[in-house]
Design a protein around this ligand. Structure first.
Ligand SMILES: Cc1ncc(COP(=O)(O)O)c(C=O)c1O
Length: 486
């Protein structure tokens, strides 16, 4: 062995020991999110990460794993992106945190100005005009729900509007209010006795379309059902919340954008506020800066299309994936509804880290990258490459559907035989999800299947070689799913 190879092998051994050490220290003290801890370490191997570099997660031994899920859909331009890292460091040397009640700071103001300037617009509507900060997505959903309820309360409408409408198969976060308006049984069912009871409208999900029905017709049907639901509950509903274009946690289920136009119209007819939860799909994920922009114009009215919600929730990619932050954008009319001499009519909601200067600085740096790097144009090219690489999966006997919305691509398998909704009928170690997860990880790719759905949601900086690796690992994951372990 020459000296270089010898040094490398010593380094590798040391790296492997460090990884093992971090794994056991971790499992001794940590309780991981969204995890059945019993599955660690055997069913789900824990991946110790020493650092990040672009789309790679780098291990203590230097091994590289492709972050195909953008670290829970947060990362936009790659890990440790130097321009965002520098902006945070600069801000940390200037002002790291200050109470946002009664105080102001430049990053909070500048970010609000920039977000309002790029927020979805719709002809004939007053633009979104104010920004309220929370410090994570679920907290932002709570803000939007409370704001909607409180706005009607301040108006004094009788009877009170106390209900929300949300979609079947939706996901809006984990806190009690956000979980209430979600509809994923695995997350919701246990807590149901604690939760609000929203009115659930049918999902416009195109995968659930009837045989031979187009995605647009399926969306129109769902909108008709929503119209009936709102008719049945006149004056009861304060807001409708939805994930525009893609129900992400619900299995990357996608709908035709005509649904967005119909929802906007129906909310207007019924005097209901529209909350767009673009926490996962905002910032270029589905091809446009915001998914709401994709609603087609009403043929009777013309114009450019796009819908504007009354409340818009943004998080995850907002900071480029560096720091937790949520911005809830509201119309002037909603803001004005809280102006009064009474403090109780004010929106007294707060979080200690609301509008944290470091997070706002990261978000501003991230918006700068959109401006300087022509991100949406590059993404169109990358999305086309993803489509080409995934096309062959459609003919695999195990695959039921391949679908895509910009930088989100999903491969849905036929349901696992013998599996219940949460997979309990199949012995834990043999479940298809963990098998697919392990197969991809062995090939150096972090894929986290959502039930029967394998999906790609990579950082926008993913390159051709990494895309090829992603396709290879996906192929291996599907083959692992195909293995008969019964
Ligand atoms: C659409 C949507 N809304 C809300 C949330 C909750 O965000 P957070 O995880 O930051 O609380 C998520 C998280 O995945 C999401 O996908």
């Amino acid at each position: 062995m020459n000296k270089k190879a010898h040094d490398a092998s010593i380094l590798n051994d040391a790296g492997a020991r460090a990884a093992a050490d971090w794994r056991s220290r971790d499992l001794a003290v940590l309780w991981h999110p969204c995890t059945q801890m019993r599955e660690h370490p055997d069913t789900l191997p824990l991946l110790p990460v020493a650092r990040g570099e672009g789309a790679w997660l780098v291990g203590h031994d230097g091994s590289r794993t492709l972050d195909a899920v953008s670290s829970w859909w947060t990362n936009l331009f790659g890990h440790a992106e130097p321009r965002i890292a520098e902006a945070i460091a600069r801000q940390a040397r200037t002002l790291e945190q200050v109470i946002l009640a009664g105080c102001s700071h430049p990053p909070a103001v500048e970010l609000a100005e920039r977000l309002l300037a790029i927020a979805p617009r719709q002809a004939g509507r007053e633009p979104l005009a104010k920004v309220f900060y929370a410090d994570n997505g679920s907290a932002g959903v709570e803000v939007a729900l409370k704001m909607a309820f409180h706005w009607f309360h301040n108006r004094g409408d009788e009877p009170r509007r106390t209900r929300f409408v949300s979609l079947r198969n939706s996901y809006h976060g984990e806190t009690i209010g956000a979980l209430s308006v979600g509809d994923i049984p695995l997350y919701r069912r246990v807590y149901a006795p604690l939760l609000l009871e929203p009115l659930f409208a049918p999902t416009p999900d195109a995968y659930a379309a009837r045989e031979g029905q187009s995605a647009a017709a399926c969306a129109e049907d769902a909108a008709d059902a929503l119209a009936r639901l709102l008719d049945e509950h006149p004056g009861e509903v304060c807001a409708m919340i939805l994930e525009p274009r893609v129900q992400c946690a619900g299995g990357m289920r996608m709908h035709d954008p005509v649904y967005l136009r119909r929802v906007r119209e129906l909310c207007d007819v019924h005097g209901v506020l529209l909350i767009a939860d673009e926490i996962a799909v905002g910032f270029g994920r589905t091809g446009t800066m915001f998914a709401c922009e994709q609603a087609p114009a009403d043929p009777c009215v013309g114009g450019n299309g796009g819908v504007q919600p009354d409340l818009l929730c943004l998080s995850k990619g907002l900071t480029g994936g560096f720091l937790p932050l949520c911005a809830v954008l509201a119309t002037q009319a909603i803001y004005d509804g809280f102006l009064d001499d009474s403090r109780e009519r004010a929106f007294l909601h707060s979080h200690s880290y609301s509008g944290n200067p470091l997070a706002c600085a990261a978000a501003i740096a991230s918006l700068d990258i959109f401006d300087s790097d022509d991100v949406l144009v590059r993404n169109r090219d990358t999305a086309a490459k993803m489509a080409k690489l995934a096309a062959p999966f459609a003919s695999h006997p195990l695959v039921a559907d391949v679908r895509q919305a910009g930088m989100i691509l999903a491969i849905e398998l036929h349901p696992e035989p013998g599996a219940t909704e949460d997979g309990n009928a199949v012995e834990i170690a043999n479940r298809r999800g963990p098998r697919m997860y392990r197969a991809a990880l062995e090939r150096g790719v972090l894929l986290r299947p959502l039930g029967d759905v394998l999906y790609w949601m990579p950082p926008y900086c993913i390159d051709d070689g990494q895309l090829a690796l992603l396709a290879e690992a996906t192929d291996a994951a599907i083959e692992a799913a195909a293995v008969d372990v019964a």
